[in-house]
Design a protein around this ligand. Structure first.
Ligand code: UTP
Length: 300
C-alpha cells in the first residue's frame, strides 16, 4: 500500500475492447474515435485526465487501434497545409490533441477483460497510485469527479471508485457495490462488489462507472484473479478482493457522482451526448437548438 498523499500523475485508459455494440462502425475504427460533435470521444477523456493533473497517459490498445495513436501524434503534412493557408483556427485544433499530454501505449493482445487491460499497465505504472479512465465514459468537464476522488484517497488511503445511482431495473448492466455511508455525504465505504448482477440479487442501486483511483496493490491481486463473468478477467473481482482484505492495499471507498455523464459506448447515450453538447456549444448551439425545437414540435 502506498501513502495516500503521494501525488498522482499517471492515467491509464483501457481502449482495447472490441466495441461490438457499434458494429459496423467499429469494424475498422476504434469506438473511442467516434466523434462527439467534432472531437473523438477519447479526446474528452484525455482532457479530463490532464485537467485533474494526470499528464502521463498510458493507453491500452489492441488491433485496429492505430488511429488512436495517430490522433494524439503530430500530423506535419496537415499542419503545413493549414499553416500555408494561414488557417490558424483549424491549425490549433489539429495541434491541440498532440500537445495535450505525454502519451504512452501498450498493446493488450487478446481482449481478455478490463482487469487484464489494467494489468497490462503494471510495468509502466510501477508502485504508484494511478487513475483508470474508461475511454467510453464521458464526464462533463463542469462536474469534476477526479479531484473529489483524489481528496477521498488522501483522507482514507486505499482505492476509490466512482459510483452512480441507477434505477434498480438497470443495475444488471453495471458492476454494483455493497456499501455503507461514511461521515461525508456521497462517500461510501465499500464492502463488496459484483459484476452485472440480476436486479433481485443486487446489493444496492449503486453502479460502478468508468473512473477508478487505484492503489498499486491491485496489480498483485489482478495477477491472481481468475477469469470471471463472460470468461474475462474482471477488475470488479480484483476490487472485491481488495475490499474484503484491506490489509492488501487499504480500504475501497466510493464517490457517488451526481453530475452529467454519458456512456458513449452505448448507442442511445452516444446520441444524447452529441445532442446535449451540440446544444451547449457557442458556435453551433443557437442554430442547432432552433432546428431541434422545430424538429421536436413538427416531427415528433
Ligand atoms: P466494454 O464492456 O464497453 O466492452 O469495455 P467493449 O468491447 O469495448 O464494447 P462492446 O460491449 O463490445 O460494445 C469497457 C472498457 O474496457 C475496455 C474497453 O475498451 C472499454 O473502454 N476493455 C474491455 C479493454 O481495454 N480490454 C478488454 O479486454 C475489455
Amino acid at each position: 500500500m502506498t501513502t495516500s498523499r503521494a501525488r498522482i500523475t499517471k492515467a491509464v485508459i483501457p481502449a482495447a475492447g472490441l466495441g461490438t455494440r457499434f458494429l459496423p462502425a467499429t469494424k475498422a475504427t476504434p469506438k473511442e474515435m467516434l466523434p462527439v460533435v467534432d472531437k473523438p470521444a477519447i479526446q474528452y477523456v484525455v482532457e479530463e485526465a490532464v485537467t485533474a493533473g494526470l499528464s502521463d497517459v498510458l493507453m491500452v490498445t489492441g488491433r485496429n487501434k492505430r488511429p488512436l495513436e495517430d490522433h494524439f501524434d503530430r500530423n506535419y503534412e496537415l499542419e503545413q497545409v493549414l499553416r500555408d493557408k494561414g488557417d490558424e483556427t483549424k491549425l490549433s485544433r489539429v495541434e491541440e490533441s498532440s500537445d495535450l499530454a505525454t502519451m504512452h501505449y501498450v498493446r493488450q493482445g487478446d481482449p481478455r477483460g478490463l482487469g487484464h487491460a489494467v494489468l497490462c499497465a503494471a510495468p509502466h505504472v510501477g508502485d504508484e497510485p494511478f487513475v483508470v479512465l474508461l475511454g467510453d465514459d464521458l464526464i462533463d468537464p463542469r462536474d469534476p469527479l477526479l479531484t473529489h476522488m483524489t481528496r477521498v484517497r488522501e483522507e482514507h488511503g486505499g482505492s476509490v471508485i466512482a459510483l452512480m445511482e441507477v434505477p434498480q431495473e438497470s443495475i444488471h448492466l453495471y458492476g454494483c457495490v455493497a456499501a455503507a455511508p461514511t461521515e461525508e455525504t456521497d462517500v461510501v465505504r465499500i464492502s463488496g462488489l459484483v459484476e452485472k448482477p440480476p436486479a433481485e440479487e443486487a446489493p444496492s442501486n449503486l453502479a460502478i462507472i468508468g473512473r477508478y483511483l487505484l492503489d498499486p496493490a491491485v496489480f498483485e491481486v489482478l495477477r491472481k484473479t481468475e477469469p470471471g463473468r463472460g470468461g474475462e478477467i474482471q477488475l470488479t473481482d480484483a476490487l472485491q478482493t481488495l475490499a474484503a482484505e484491506p490489509s492488501l492495499g487499504g480500504p475501497v471507498h466510493g464517490v457517488v457522482f451526481r453530475g452529467r455523464r454519458y456512456d458513449t459506448g452505448d448507442r442511445a447515450d452516444y446520441l444524447r451526448a452529441i445532442v446535449r453538447l451540440a446544444c451547449e456549444r457557442e458556435d453551433l448551439g443557437p442554430e442547432f437548438r432552433d432546428w431541434l425545437r422545430g424538429f421536436v414540435t413538427e416531427e415528433m
